[in-house]
Design a protein around this ligand. Sequence first.
Ligand SMILES: CC(C)(COP(=O)(O)OP(=O)(O)OC[C@H]1O[C@@H](n2cnc3c(N)ncnc32)[C@H](O)[C@@H]1OP(=O)(O)O)[C@@H](O)C(=O)NCCC(=O)NCCS
Length: 207
Amino acid sequence: MLPRMVKIPTLETERLRLRPLRENDFEEYAALYADPEVLRHLGGGPEPWDRGRSWRHMAFIRGHWEIAGAGMWVAERKEADAFLGLIGFAAPEGWPGFELAWTLARRCWGHGYATEGARAALAHAFTVLKKDRVISLIHPENRSSIRVAERIGESPQGRILHFGREMLCFGIDRETYLRGAAHLEPAEVGAGLFPPAGLPPGVQEAP
Ligand SMILES: CC(C)(COP(=O)(O)OP(=O)(O)OC[C@H]1O[C@@H](n2cnc3c(N)ncnc32)[C@H](O)[C@@H]1OP(=O)(O)O)[C@@H](O)C(=O)NCCC(=O)NCCS
């Protein structure tokens, strides 16, 4: 076990466990980021990562928890302890907000796991971490990720230039979350029942 200053919580949902990243996740981790389909809409482009880059990214994920007190969890299926991918938070220096992100191995798409895990993480952000706002930066062509954002109650806040790429900024503020938007169907949220209150810094109004 790594010596740990921050106690990383474990969250459970009906089917999933969100748990701290461990050294022995490395093979699954390296495989996840060696898949160009997984990488297609992520910041660094579709070029598969070599094992060294995955290792350094694992170190970043663990270090992020130590420094920020929050970060990405490994999502696994409870019944099989099966590694699905990563769900959780990213907010390094210079980030436009407290981001909730999700990346699953391709074999795990289409089961609702990302939405289920992201809902638990969102609840953690507002009820435990007491965040005022959570955002998700999503490539405009990443339809399945946009659907996850909508299902958990995030709404489009605008567009932002992020590492040279134009990304959609989805988000939800604390008040909206607590009013129950996260539990509504996207159509109801989109109907304007819960308009976003203000924009995060650096985010422009959507056209
Ligand atoms: C983004 C990503 C996590 C979305 O994965 P996903 O499997 O589409 O999303 P979910 O886990 O929420 O699953 C939802 C789908 O499962 C289906 N589903 C099947 N069984 C289900 C169940 N029991 N409960 C809920 N949904 C279920 C839903 O109908 C839905 O399909 P639809 O979107 O075609 O309507 C995945 O595409 C991914 O990892 N991409 C690569 C990394 C990436 O781009 N990350 C986002 C960066 S912004």
